[in-house]
Design a protein around this ligand. Structure first.
Ligand SMILES: [Zn+2]
Ligand SMILES: [Zn+2]
Length: 471
């Protein structure tokens, strides 16, 4: 089997990997977009597949299957381009991921079009709503723990199957176990995708194969975060609750920048719990916006059919106010006490969280509370680092350098396993080879060093972007 990493390899980047089995069957794992880049630069170089595997050229069709593990942009955001490039590929995902994509892909097409029209990007949209309509018949729903065929159309020996396992990361998220035979041996490859071995507030921890695997392709998002393993979710939840309480007592607004998909719903579930316990006043308004509301609806519709800690909990059980349009109205919502749960989690330039943060950062009554991952040099990361070092911060060039007066804190309420949990998972799956993906160089360094200690018999691989390795 050969493995080719298609997305950027120096941080979380765009997730997309290609596997070619010895019998020629080609399987793409994820088709993400790079969240920190725009336009064509955010797209994995899908043409690399053809260039690297041209020996199967004849039919010009090296991809038989594409598996989408979850509805995060860095895993599905360029799926329409992959399908356009390889129109014969069958696309597999869980039913919940399918429902989310039916909503999120058209929303992405509309956003790209709007950004071009208003001049906030110079790039043409990567795909249109019409393109999506033509493609959606190719999507196949596969349930968790239900093996499905991933054999190649042209392969002499088309015995390959895949199975989705709950990844415990967001609604619909899955890890993938591939089973196929090579040289008369059965081989097992597990792709963790983004994974969380422990329970969050809405969804339970992940579920993993019971049998050992030959190759583990593992995310490393938490690899460079030493603090995450020194705390635990229950403590972080209480710290978050106390920070919100202090802000409300000052009469300020608390901004919680979140990814609309996953983190937002988990944070709303926590706020609901705090309100029910009487730790937060029930009348404190909780502002949300945009697609977050439609996603909450999908979380609620699937609460009986997808893994949940409490199937009776509804995200819309938490009273939410829609953020008003217009700069002045928006500013007035910051007069507080109020809680704003808005996108984006990394606080990129044109997003609501960035706009609100610019208005809030100089206010000593306010709070800006991060709850998820942010890549290096994103405004969210810069804000945390500046606050720790007592420096001013540039959140947006329009606002320039701003003094930090608000309470700026970070809470480990991530949807990812911490690095010790990743090591434990690797130990449990006992692979002969571990392929490290989806993390910063620093994160991969740490993971590689510690995997070599914990699994001395295993080979640890760190493929560079575009590098084909034997796995
Ligand atoms: Zn994810
Ligand atoms: Zn990811």
């Amino acid at each position: 089997m050969r493995f080719l990493s298609l997305g950027a390899d120096d941080d979380i980047g765009a997730s997309s990997h290609f596997l070619q089995l010895d019998n020629g069957t080609g399987i793409v794992l994820d088709a993400g977009a790079d969240p920190s880049r725009d336009g064509p630069a955010s797209v994995p170089d899908y043409d690399q597949i053809r260039r690297a595997f041209s020996e199967r050229g004849g039919a010009g069709n090296p991809v038989d299957h594409a598996l989408v593990t979850h509805a995060h942009h860095d895993h599905f955001g360029t799926l329409p381009l992959l399908v356009e490039e390889f129109p014969h590929a069958k696309v597999h995902m869980t039913p919940a991921t399918h429902q989310l994509l039916e909503f999120l892909l058209p929303a992405s097409a509309r956003l790209q079009k709007r950004r071009q029209e208003e001049g906030s990007t110079e790039h043409d949209p990567l795909f249109s709503e019409d393109d999506l309509e033509l493609q959606s018949s190719l999507y196949r729903e596969q349930d968790l723990r239900a093996p499905f065929d991933t054999g190649g159309a042209q392969a002499a020996d088309p015995n390959a199957e895949a199975e989705f396992f709950d990844a415990g990361h967001i609604l619909g998220s899955a890890g993938v176990l591939l089973r196929f035979s090579e040289d008369g041996d059965e081989r097992r490859v597990f792709y963790s995708s983004d994974t969380n071995t422990t329970a969050q507030t809405i969804i339970p921890g992940g579920d993993y194969p019971d049998e050992p695997v030959d190759v583990l392709v593992m995310e490393t998002t938490g690899g460079a975060d030493p603090e995450a393993e020194q705390t635990n979710r229950a403590l972080e939840e209480e710290r978050f609750c106390a920070a919100l309480q202090r802000t409300m007592q000052r009469g300020g607004a608390a901004l919680v920048p979140v990814f609309v998909m996953g983190r937002a719903q988990e944070v709303l579930a926590l706020i609901d719990r705090f309100k029910r316990r009487g730790d937060l006043d029930e009348d404190v308004p909780v502002y949300t916006a945009g697609s977050m509301r439609a996603i909450a609806d999908l979380y609620d519709k699937t609460r009986e059919t997808t893994p949940r800690l409490n199937p009776t909990f509804r995200v819309f059980g938490v009273d939410q106010k829609k953020l008003p349009y217009g700069r002045d109205k928006l500013r007035r919502t910051l007069e507080g006490p109020a809680i704003h749960v808005v996108s984006s989690g990394m606080m990129f330039g044109q997003t609501l969280s960035n706009r609100l943060a610019r208005d809030l950062v100089g206010n000593p009554d306010g709070g800006i509370f991060r709850v998820g991952y942010a890549v290096e040099d994103s405004p969210a990361r810069r804000l945390t680092e500046a606050a720790q070092n007592g420096r001013a911060v540039t959140l947006h060039e329009e606002a320039g350098l701003q003094e930090i007066q608000a309470d700026v804190e970070r809470f480990r309420l991530s949807g990812h396993s911490d690095r010790q949990q990743l090591l434990n998972l690797a130990e449990r799956l006992d692979p002969a080879k571990v392929v490290l993906v989806h993390g910063s160089d620093e994160a991969k360094d740490w993971m590689a060093t510690h995997l070599r200690e914990r699994l001395p018999g295993a080979e640890v691989l760190r493929p560079a972007q575009g590098e084909v390795i034997e796995a």
